[in-house]
Design a protein around this ligand. Structure first.
Ligand code: CA
Length: 232
């Protein structure tokens, strides 16, 4: 096995799920390390230096959210948390503590692989010298230098707040952004108590960018968590 293949660390206490993940990830060109407890996961993160950590939030040895904090304190490795469906507050806390994305159990293979591709792409971009000068997905294009936005070739005029919100999502395209992260990125610390700003500017953006604002194609809602800009 070539050592240039990305290494995924799976921290998961349920053996059948670990096995499924190992087989699936290896089939798709990844190397896999496994850990069945949070402590072992920390140890393997230190020794094997994985490219992505898949972290189950329901581990036997302590709070999964604490594990996110510990991992983040000593490593910038992308963390995708895996949690049971319906635990939105855990997902939001994990993301606010520094996790990069999340999957809800049960999840499909294509969803898993898409999340991994996105975080790998973002960590490659972060280690590069200059950020992308533009963002493009299907008919939507953003030029970060001129601050211009086009939809199907026609320029779209956005308010400064709408543009700032769109850029925050585009800089993390494909990844979920929590309400708190977006508020912080767009309006800074002072606006954190004003979540209704987000709803207002998101509605404005959707009106201008979506064919059907009630069924958004680009600006996706992650219920109870935040928003995600489509990447492909
Ligand atoms: Ca578990």
């Amino acid at each position: 096995v070539s050592t240039t293949l990305p290494l995924i660390l799976v921290i998961e206490d349920e053996a059948p799920i670990r096995k499924y993940l190992r087989v699936t990830l290896q089939t798709h060109g990844y190397r896999v390390e496994e850990a069945s407890t949070g402590l072992e996961g920390l140890r393997v993160t230190r020794s094997a230096k994985p490219d992505v950590v898949l972290l189950d939030l329901g581990l036997p040895d302590g709070d999964g959210l604490e594990r996110v904090k510990e991992l983040r304190a000593e490593s910038s490795v992308p963390i995708i948390v895996v949690s049971a469906r319906g635990r939105e507050e855990d997902k939001v806390l994990a993301l606010d503590l520094g996790a990069d994305d999340y999957l809800s159990k049960p999840f499909g293979t294509s969803e898993l692989l898409a999340r991994i591709r996105v975080v790998l792409r973002h960590s490659a971009a972060l280690s590069g010298a200059t950020p992308d000068p533009a963002f493009e997905v299907e008919t939507l294009k953003i030029d970060f230098q001129s601050h211009m936005v086009w939809l199907a070739g026609a320029e779209v005029h956005l308010s400064p707040n709408e543009y700032a919100l769109l850029v925050a999502l585009a800089r993390h395209a494909g990844k979920v952004m929590t309400h708190r992260q977006l508020l912080h990125e767009v309006w800074g610390g002072t606006a954190s108590a004003q979540p209704h700003y987000l709803r207002v500017y998101m509605a404005g953006l959707r009106k201008k960018l979506e064919a059907d604002p009630a069924r958004p194609h680009f600006l996706l809602t992650e219920p109870g968590v935040g928003y995600r800009l489509r990447m492909s």
